[in-house]
Design a protein around this ligand. Structure first.
Ligand SMILES: [Zn+2]
Length: 436
């Protein structure tokens, strides 16, 4: 039966009829909860736990079988049959929980739980967020996949995800500082932007680029890449499988060679990172041959718990159409500088973003961004940021909420934004129901 602690306290103070009604409601509801809980996954340091009794969600908290979770976290558990008390010990941490009781203790400190430990099918289940956080673990909840991510020690995320859409005029360059401490650079602007990008990266304290992506061989994307590769040490370089007979392209190949790096193929289906609720995937190009060089663009999707960012580079409508991955995203880096050759109505419907970022130069000769794309985004209620008006745009996510800032300040139309993106505490903009 459900022991929802706040309600239990209220009901106790009323008459017994209410208590009987409450108990009846609990029996019906608890059957539902056990069913709903079958989908819940618990992943500890990237290992999915296997349970003999499925976790359940009650009162927006996930309860998991205690043996499995404490073994995964390397803690000792003692069970007192008489008092139904669970005592957990790991290094300097001691936790005491009692079945059907919302009062718990973490290192002697009394804690009021949202949901009490309970016995289902002879297995004792405990609230996973409380036990993991008491042991100084990171706990993340992903609503779509009904997954609890737990990490300890070096596996814990170091910071929020932050995405810097650098103002490089009529070009693209995006720095992504990942929660796991790694850094990724997507493109590096035109040939003349090399120093600008290097300086920006240095200002952010970047010393090493774990991933460098040259989305496609056009100068406005890989122009500054040779200088960046010369300057920073890098881990992996991804580019689509297409050559280009320009000096700009050759310069990148020479820079890669000089650093003794190898270019990895950027194409749909490649997973770059999948760890602790962070996923980085290449979802296009899906085809091998295109007439338009833009359609070879490497399209990157980054998901951190409940927030997703999509980076389209210059992929056109043909490539958009071929993407089979789920493209639902909170923030869309609009394809091809807002040109009407990208961002079809169908594709925008699939992405359904809250925010769009357009990387574009003031008074550029191409007429980017196209009025029709701006109208389309506006008609879908998408909040638009553009580098020609807003300068460098920074978006930060803690896995639940996104805040966006630019050199010219946040736009009031986009909600109650905080201008300070650096600290870990982010204000709530869009809520995710916490079930862990
Ligand atoms: Zn471009």
């Amino acid at each position: 039966m459900i022991i929802n602690c706040r309600w239990f306290a209220i009901i106790n103070g009323k008459n017994k009829k209410l208590l009987i009604l409450f108990a009846a409601a609990c029996i019906i509801l608890s059957a539902f909860c056990v069913c709903a809980g079958e989908d819940v996954r618990v992943v500890v340091n990237d290992n999915a736990l296997v349970f003999d009794q499925q976790p359940v969600i009650e009162n927006n908290r996930t309860l998991v079988p205690l043996r499995a979770i404490f073994e995964a976290l390397g803690a000792e558990v003692n069970w007192d049959e008489n008092t139904k008390t669970i005592t957990v010990h790991k290094e300097n941490t001691n936790i005491v929980l009692t079945v059907d009781e919302c009062r718990a203790f973490a290192d002697g400190r009394e804690v009021e739980l949202d949901v009490a430990p309970k016995i289902i099918n002879d297995r004792t289940l405990v609230p996973v967020r409380f036990v993991a956080e008491s042991m100084d673990c990171f706990v993340g909840w992903q609503e779509d996949t009904k997954t609890v991510f737990i990490a300890d020690g070096d596996n814990k995320p170091e910071r929020n995800l932050s995405v810097h859409y650098i103002d490089v005029g009529q070009a693209d360059s995006i720095l992504i500082m990942l929660p796991n401490g790694q850094n990724m650079l997507i493109d590096a602007g035109n040939n003349a932007d090399g120093d600008l990008v290097i300086n920006y990266l240095e200002e952010q304290g970047i010393a090493f680029l774990d991933y460098v992506i040259g989305t496609h061989p056009h100068e406005d994307h890989i122009g500054g890449l040779d200088m960046v590769i010369d300057y920073f040490d890098a881990g992996y370089i991804y580019m689509p499988e297409i050559q280009h007979s320009t000096k700009t392209f050759e310069d990148v190949l020479i820079a890669v060679q000089k650093k003794n790096l190898q270019i990895r193929s950027a194409k749909a289906g490649i997973n770059i990172i999948s760890s602790n609720g962070l996923c980085v995937d290449i979802i296009a190009p899906a085809g091998d041959f295109y007439k338009d060089l833009n359609d070879y663009s490497a399209v990157i999707k980054i998901t951190y718990l409940n927030n997703t960012f999509l980076f389209m580079a210059d992929a056109g409508k043909l490539s958009e159409n071929q993407i089979t991955a789920d493209v639902k995203a909170d923030v869309l880096k609009v394809g091809h500088h807002g040109s009407d050759t990208s961002t079809s109505i169908t594709f925008l419907g699939r992405v359904s973003p809250d925010y769009a970022v357009i990387s574009v130069g003031k008074g550029n000769p191409y007429g980017h961004p196209s009025q029709s794309v701006l109208d389309l985004l506006n008609s879908h209620g998408v909040c638009i940021y553009r580098t020609d008006e807003d300068g460098t745009i920074i978006a930060a996510s803690d896995g639940y909420n996104i805040i966006i800032d630019s050199n010219k300040g946040a736009k009031p139309i986009c909600g109650p934004l905080s201008l300070n993106l650096r600290p870990s505490g982010l204000p709530v903009m869009k809520g995710v129901k916490l079930a862990a």
